[in-house]
Design a protein around this ligand. Structure first.
Ligand code: HEM
Length: 447
C-alpha cells in the first residue's frame, strides 16, 4: 500500500506544530518562559505530519527546518517512508542507482486497487516512473526534442505568447481592478508552450487545458474517489487526443515532439508501441504544465512579498533569470519525490532496509543552511545556488530549461510593463500535498 494514501486520514488527527502539543512530546526552548503558549514539538514524527496539515502546507518551512535539525533522516511509521531533509542526503539518494523510482512493478505489488484506474496505469508506466533500462530507452527518444537548439527556437514563441497574455491581463486590469493572474497567464502560458513543443495546433490547445488540470491529479499522492474519476476521464480523453494527433502527424509531419517521436520510432531497434508514444506525449504535457504554472505564480508572489527584491529586478531586468532561480529555491513547485531501496543502504548514518520507501523533501533540501547562507531569506542576487527543484540523477527534469525560460520571460516583461503591479486580495493556495501552487492570485496593475 502506498503509504501516502494514508496521509489524508492521518493528518486530520494531528495539530499544527506551532499551536499546541497534540500527541507530540513538548518542550520549552531556552529563552522561553515556562507556560509560554508557543510550545515546540520535538517529536520528529509530529513535526513531519504537521507539514501536511492545512497550515503546514501553507508554510512548511519552519517545521522542515526543525526536522532537519533533530532528525534529518527520519523514518515515519505513519507514512512508512524515510524522509530526507538535508541537501546532500537528498542529492545522494536521487543519484544513487540503488534507489529506484516506484514503477509499475512496484505499483502492482503494493497497491491492491491495481490497474483498474487508467490514470494510475498511465502514471506508473510512464518515463517518470520507469527504471533503467526501460527508462534509458524512453529518455533517449524524448530527449531528442529537448536539445539546446530546439529550446532556443522555442524562445520566440515563449516571448510572444507572454506578451499576448500580458496584453489581455493589462486590458482586464486597466480600470484599476484585479484579475486572477493564474487563470489569465499562469495556466495558458505553459499550455501554449508545451503545446508548441509537442506540435499541437493552437486552436486545439484550449480543449485539453481543462483535461490537463484533471490529469495532473494523478501526481497527487492523496487521491479521493472524485480525483480518481476526473483523472481517469482526463487520461482516457488525452490518450485518444494524442493518438489521433500522432495519426495526423504521420500523414502530415510538422515541427514538434509528436513528429520527432514518429521519426525516431521508424529507426528504433525496439520501437515503442502506439500507446507508448501517445503516453509519452501525455507525460510531457502533464509534467510540463501545472509545475510551470506553479513556478510562475510562486515567483510573482515571492517578488511581490519582497518589494526590495522586486525593485532590484525592476531596475535591472537582466536579474530576471536569477529571480526565477531564487524563487525555485525559496518555494519550490514540487515539494518531494519518492524512491524505493533496491538493497539495504545507509543514508546519513541511518540503516535503510531493502524495499523501504525513501522520500526526498526537495523543499527542505533547497533551504538547507549547509548549502545556502541565510536560507530563509529571498535574495535575487544570491550566487552559486544549488537546487533540487528539478530533482537530480536519471530523472532530472527534461523541461528545466524551458520552465526557466518561461519564468524569466514572464518576470522580465511583467516588471517592464507593470511598475505598479500589486497583490489585490488574498492569494489562494491549492490544497495539495505535493504541488505548491496558487489557484487564485489576484493582481492589479494600476496604483
Ligand atoms: C517549474 C517547472 C517544473 C518543475 C518544478 C519540474 C519538476 C520536475 C521534477 C522534480 C522531476 C523529477 C521527479 C523525480 O525525480 O521523481 C521532473 C521530471 C520531468 N519533467 Fe519536469 N518540472 C517542471 C517543468 C517541466 C516542463 C516545462 C517539462 C516539459 C515540457 C517537464 C518535463 C518533465 C519530464 C518529461 C520529466 C521526467 C523525466 C524522467 O523521468 O526522466 N517538466 N520534473
Amino acid at each position: 500500500m502506498n503509504s501516502f494514501l494514508l496521509i489524508k486520514v492521518l493528518i486530520s488527527s494531528f495539530v499544527s506544530w506551532r499551536t499546541g502539543c497534540g500527541r507530540g512530546v513538548c518542550s520549552v526552548r531556552p529563552g522561553m518562559h515556562e507556560g509560554q503558549q508557543e510550545a515546540i514539538l520535538v517529536n520528529p514524527e509530529s513535526i513531519l505530519l504537521s507539514t501536511f496539515t492545512p497550515d503546514g502546507r501553507k508554510d512548511p518551512y519552519p517545521a522542515l527546518s526543525e526536522l532537519r535539525k533533530i532528525a534529518p533522516v527520519h523514518y515515519s511509521r505513519a507514512l512508512d517512508s524515510y524522509f530526507l531533509t538535508r541537501f546532500d542526503d537528498c542529492h545522494a539518494a536521487l543519484t544513487d542507482p540503488h534507489l529506484r523510482t516506484p514503477d509499475l512493478e512496484w505499483y502492482d505489488r503494493e497497491v491492491s486497487a491495481g490497474r483498474e484506474h487508467p490514470a494510475a496505469e498511465f502514471f506508473y508506466s510512464s518515463m517518470l516512473r520507469a527504471n533503467s533500462p526501460l527508462h534509458d530507452r524512453m529518455r533517449r527518444m524524448v530527449g531528442a526534442e529537448f536539445t539546446a537548439r530546439r529550446m532556443a527556437a522555442l524562445g520566440s514563441t515563449v516571448e510572444e505568447l507572454t506578451r499576448e497574455l500580458l496584453d489581455t491581463f493589462a486590458d482586464a486590469t486597466s480600470g484599476g481592478g484585479a484579475a486572477n493572474f493564474q487563470e489569465m497567464v499562469g495556466y495558458p502560458l505553459p499550455v501554449g508552450v508545451v503545446g508548441a513543443l509537442i506540435g499541437v495546433p493552437r486552436d486545439e490547445q484550449e480543449r485539453f487545458y481543462r483535461y490537463g488540470k484533471d490529469a495532473g491529479r494523478v501526481l497527487e499522492p492523496v487521491r479521493s474517489p472524485e480525483d480518481w474519476a476526473r483523472a481517469d476521464l482526463a487520461v482516457r480523453t488525452l490518450r485518444e487526443y494524442f493518438a489521433e494527433l500522432l495519426r495526423r502527424r504521420r500523414a502530415d509531419p510538422a515541427d514538434g515532439l509528436a513528429s520527432t517521436l514518429l521519426t525516431l520510432r521508424r529507426a528504433a531497434e525496439e520501437p515503442l508501441t502506439e500507446r507508448e508514444l501517445a503516453d509519452m506525449l501525455l507525460l510531457v504535457f502533464v509534467a510540463g504544465f501545472e509545475t510551470t504554472t506553479s513556478l510562475l505564480g510562486l515567483t510573482l508572489f515571492a517578488l511581490l512579498s519582497h518589494p526590495d527584491q522586486l525593485a532590484l529586478v525592476g531596475r535591472d531586468p537582466a536579474l530576471a533569470p536569477a529571480a526565477v532561480q531564487e524563487s525555485l529555491r525559496w518555494d519550490t513547485p514540487v515539494r518531494m519525490t519518492e524512491r524505493v531501496a533496491a538493497r539495504p543502504l545507509e543514508i546519513g548514518g541511518v540503516a535503510v532496509p531493502e524495499g523501504a520507501n525513501v522520500t526526498t523533501v526537495l523543499a527542505a533540501a533547497n533551504r538547507d543552511p549547509a548549502c545556502h547562507e541565510d536560507p530563509d531569506a529571498f535574495r535575487v542576487r544570491r550566487r552559486g545556488t544549488r537546487l533540487l527543484s528539478f530533482s537530480a540523477g536519471p530523472h532530472f527534469c527534461l523541461g528545466a530549461a524551458l520552465a526557466r525560460m518561461e519564468g524569466a520571460a514572464l518576470v522580465r516583461q511583467t516588471v517592464a510593463r507593470f511598475p505598479d503591479l500589486a497583490l489585490a486580495g488574498p492569494a489562494v493556495r491549492r490544497d495539495s500535498v505535493s504541488l505548491r501552487t496558487f489557484d487564485v492570485l489576484p493582481l492589479s496593475t494600476r496604483a
